[in-house]
Ligand binder design. Structure first.
Ligand code: CP
Length: 303
C-alpha cells in the first residue's frame, strides 16, 4: 500500500498522472469512484480548506467520511492514548487515513502503525503534500505546463510546509526559484542544500518588485503566527505585502497563488486583477485530492 507522507513519495510520472486525473475529474465528475469506501479524516490541528476539500472530495466520489477535527477531544487528547494506538484502531475502520498534526514526523509515525494508506494533510512545518498537488494542478491549469517555469516564493519560507513540498515537486520539472523572505524566515538549510545537490537554479531577493516582471508564478505565504511568540510575530508579520500597483508590468501569464489563509500579505485590490488565482486554487483542492484518492484507493488511474 502507498502512503503519501511527503511529496517525495510521489514520482514525477505519478505527479503528472494526478494532475491529469484532477483535470478529468473537474471536467467530468465520477460519482461512484469511491462507492463503499470509508475514509478517516483526523485533524489534530486546525484546518478549513484541507479538511473540507478532502471531505468534499470523498463525498462527491460516493465514499463516506469518519473522523474528527479537534484531536484534543479524542482519547488521544483526553485520556493519554498514544498516536500509534489511535492510528491502529482508526485505520481498522477505514480504507484510508487522512491526518493533520502539529508535530513534524507525526504522519510518518502513523504510516508505521496504519493498516491502510496514510495521507499527510500537514505535519508541523515539515510537509503538506496534498496542498502541493492542488498547487501543481493550478499551475498546470494556468500555465499549460509544469516545465521550466520561473516561480517566486514569498513570506515564511522557514515554517511554510507548503513551500517545502512545492519546491521539492517543482524541482522535478526544471523550474527556477526566487526566494523572498526576511532573513529570520529564509528557506531551511537542508532544502537549500538539496536544491544545490540537484543543481536547481535559485536566487535570494529582498523585494518582490525586483523580480515580479520575470515571473510565471508568484507564490505568496502568510507568516505563521502559531509558530512565533507574539512580539516576534508583530515585528515580522507584514514584511512583504503584494498590492495591485506592483503588477503593472508583469507577464500576461503570471498567476498569484497562496495556500490561504491570507492575513495581510496580499492586498484585496489584487483580487480584482487577472493575476489572482488563489480562490480557484483553493477550489482545486477538491479535484487534486480526488485524483490522489483515485491513485491510492482504486486501480482506475486516468479516470
Ligand atoms: N492551505 C491550507 O492548508 O489551509 P487550511 O489550514 O485551512 O487547511
Amino acid at each position: 500500500q502507498k502512503h503519501i507522507v511527503s511529496i517525495a513519495d510521489l514520482s514525477r510520472s505519478e505527479l503528472e498522472l494526478i494532475v491529469s486525473t484532477a483535470s478529468k475529474l473537474k471536467a467530468s465528475p465520477q460519482v461512484e469512484l469511491l462507492k463503499n469506501k470509508v475514509v478517516a479524516s483526523c485533524f489534530f490541528e486546525a484546518s478549513t480548506r484541507t479538511r473540507l476539500s478532502f471531505e468534499t472530495a470523498v463525498q462527491r466520489l460516493g465514499g463516506s467520511v469518519i473522523g474528527f477535527d479537534d484531536g484534543g477531544n479524542t482519547s488521544l487528547g483526553k485520556k493519554g492514548e498514544t498516536l500509534a494506538d489511535s492510528v491502529q484502531v482508526i485505520s481498522s475502520y477505514s480504507d484510508a487515513f487522512f491526518m493533520r498534526h502539529p508535530q513534524e514526523g507525526a504522519a510518518r509515525l502513523a504510516s508505521e502503525f496504519s493498516s491502510v494508506p496514510v495521507i499527510n494533510g500537514g505535519d508541523g512545518s515539515n510537509q503538506h503534500p496534498t496542498q502541493t498537488l492542488l498547487d501543481l494542478f493550478s499551475i498546470y491549469e494556468t500555465q499549460g505546463s509544469l516545465e521550466g517555469l520561473k516561480v517566486a516564493f514569498v513570506g515564511d519560507l522557514k515554517y511554510g510546509r507548503t513551500v517545502h513540498s512545492l519546491t521539492q515537486a517543482l524541482s522535478l520539472f526544471d523550474c527556477e526559484f526566487y526566494f523572498i523572505a526576511p532573513p529570520a524566515l529564509a528557506m531551511p538549510d537542508y532544502l537549500i542544500e538539496e536544491l544545490k545537490e540537484k543543481q536547481i537554479r535559485f536566487s535570494i531577493h529582498q523585494s518582490i518588485e525586483t523580480v515580479v516582471n520575470e515571473l510565471d508564478v508568484l507564490y505568496m505565504t502568510r507568516v505563521q503566527r502559531e509558530r512565533f511568540d507574539e512580539t516576534e510575530y508583530q515585528h515580522i508579520k507584514s514584511s512583504f505585502v503584494l498590492n495591485a500597483s506592483m503588477l503593472g508590468r508583469v507577464k500576461s501569464n503570471l498567476k498569484v497563488l497562496h495556500p490561504l489563509p491570507r492575513i495581510d500579505e496580499i492586498d484585496s485590490d489584487v483580487d480584482e486583477t487577472p493575476y489572482a488565482y488563489y480562490f480557484q486554487q483553493a477550489q482545486n483542492g477538491v479535484y487534486a485530492r480526488q485524483a490522489l484518492l483515485a491513485l491510492v484507493l482504486t486501480n482506475q488511474y486516468g479516470v
